[in-house]
Design a protein around this ligand. Structure first.
Ligand code: NAD
Length: 500
């Protein structure tokens, strides 16, 4: 194995040597789109085309669904010995680790995140998730219901069949694994539709799954655009479930598509505008550090980013200064292949313009730029935005209500605990929140009152595969991670036998 590069040039040379596969993975083999169409993949790092990807549409989706259905009905995976399932999935996780550098490079080229984070977080989290669910293969037990002495009522959990997984571009490997792990261990066959902005890691996962021993057709990966590939998957009459992560707007369409087609199951992990509530007695250094990391990590392109800071009026000014200081000292913006860069490029030029537009909007709504606020590293041709603080905002402003999905934190003052709760809940979203206080009574009151799938107390973004992740309200329903995620991919069947 070659030593890991330590410089930008070293990584660029390694990237140039990659053999990138852009074709769909269907039925255990790479195939071009039925009509041969491809689209150019631009890297957010420098704005240059670095790969061509199959531009799949309805015929390709149909082929992948057919292949998944065939594998499911054959029972080759569904009915496989649990010990074998475990072995295959554990090997899959191991292969992800073994191909870690290649996967990390693809992730950085596709998404623009720092290579150190792709290597240190995205790849191991993806592998760990597949491993976590692999361990359930021989531990999923059914129930016998208490129905009296002359009957046996078994409650069996059965896989749903064909699962369509539609995922976003911000953590392509991790979110794919959140779907694949539980869906596969439950015995389903899967058609994965990665985001058009970030298909390459997912396409490699298809091959690694096969190498690990997944039978052909059990894992298919079909790249393409939302309308052209995602829509026919979600509308497909032979798909039993759509597991979706993405925006609330598109998540709502999944419900429509399910209703217009076969009433397939839908699980939704959608947007967020997560609040930090910083009480006057909070440890401000700890809060500032967690706020800065929580909103600038991954360029702020994180669904649960703590992008709305509700700060008690007495500490707001000090907190803003500390957040800026943490960013300057610990979270430098830089070229994703530079050592030390913690904040890379935004996914697309269009998205960068959108984020800059929100900063302008914030100013016109009456907020003040306390930090950052401009495009950066324009000379690279890439799409970078300075880590930004918009201070003196109000919760009614659009910058406080809409998901900016960039390195921008909005700071809003409050005067009382009751007001903080009201503001925290004054949003259509409910993905996550954090409460900062030394008073454990207040911590309990606030964490109970805030409507969100996760509430952190005196910390932020600590996570484990053992805890469910997902949202309340328009952040979606159904949970990724934890044993509960497996149930989503299974149906209950009662088998009732009477005997004498
Ligand atoms: P998006 O909704 O635009 O796209 C998500 C996926 O849906 C992509 O694969 C896309 O191609 C597909 N899609 C788009 N239109 C479609 C259509 N009409 N029919 C079928 N599929 C379609 O979201 P995005 O911009 O890729 O990702 C950012 C969003 O994802 C943010 O809102 C973020 O909060 C959310 N997100 C949520 C979580 C979570 O766990 N709750 C995690 C990560 C990202």
């Amino acid at each position: 194995m070659l030593d890991r590069p330590t410089t930008r040039d070293g990584w660029l040379a390694r990237a140039a040597a990659l053999k990138i596969e852009g074709r769909a993975f269907i039925g255990g083999a790479y195939v071009a789109a039925a009509d041969g169409a491809t689209f150019a993949k631009v890297s957010p790092i420098d704005g240059k085309v670095f790969a061509h990807v199959a531009d799949c549409g309805a015929p390709d989706i149909d082929r992948a669904v057919h292949s998944a259905r065939k594998s499911f009905e054959s029972g080759v995976w569904r009915d496989a010995d649990p010990a074998k399932k475990k072995k295959v999935l554990l090997r899959f996780a191991e292969l992800v680790r073994e191909h870690g550098e290649e996967l990390a490079l693809l992730e950085t080229l596709d998404v623009g995140k720092p290579i150190a984070n792709a290597l240190g977080v995205d790849v191991p989290f993806c592998a760990n998730c597949i491993q976590y669910y692999a361990e359930f293969a021989d531990k999923l037990v059914d129930e016998v219901a208490p129905v009296g002495p002359n009957d046996v009522a078994m409650v069996r959990k059965e896989p749903l069949g064909v699962v369509g997984a539609i995922v976003p571009w911000n953590y392509p490997l991790i979110i794919a694994a959140w779907k694949l792990g539980p869906a596969l261990v439950a015995g389903n066959s899967v058609v994965l539709k990665p985001a058009e902005q970030s298909p390459l890691g997912a396409l490699l996962l298809g091959r690694l799954g096969k190498e690990a021993g997944l039978p052909d057709g059990v894992l298919n990966v079909v790249p393409g655009f939302g309308e052209k590939a995602g829509r026919p998957l979600a509308l497909h009459p032979d798909v039993d479930m759509i597991a979706f992560t993405g925006s609330t707007e598109v998540g709502k369409l999944m419900l429509v598509y399910a209703g217009q087609s076969n009433m397939k199951r839908v699980a939704l992990e959608c947007g967020g505008k997560s609040p930090h509530v910083v009480m006057p007695d909070a440890d401000l250094d700890a809060a500032a550090s967690a706020i800065a990391w929580g909103v600038y990590y991954n360029q702020g392109e994180t669904c649960h980013a703590g992008s709305r800071v509700l700060a008690h009026a007495s500490i707001r000014e000090a907190l803003v200064e500390k957040i800026a200081a943490v960013q300057k000292a610990e979270i430098p913006l830089g070229h994703p292949f530079d050592a030390g860069a913690q904040l890379g490029a935004l996914i697309e030029e269009r998205h960068m313009e959108r984020v800059l537009g929100y900063i302008d909007l914030g100013v016109s709504e009456g907020a003040r730029i306390a930090h950052g606020g401009k495009r950066a590293l324009a000379e690279t041709g890439g799409f970078y935005v300075e880590p930004t603080i918009l201070d003196g905002a109000s919760n009614a402003m659009r910058i406080a209500q809409e998901e900016i999905f960039g390195p921008v934190v909005v700071v809003i003052p409050f005067a009382s605990e009751a007001e903080a709760i009201r503001l925290a809940n004054d949003t259509i979203y409910g993905l996550a929140a954090a409460v900062w206080t030394r008073d454990m009574n207040a911590a309990h009151r606030l964490s109970r009152a805030i409507r969100a799938g996760t509430v952190w107390v005196n910390t932020f973004d600590r996570s484990s595969l053992a805890t469910p992740f997902g949202g309340f309200k328009q952040s979606g329903f159904g949970r990724d991670r934890s044993p509960h995620a497996i149930d989503k991919y299974m149906d209950f069947k009662t088998i009732w036998t009477a005997y004498k």
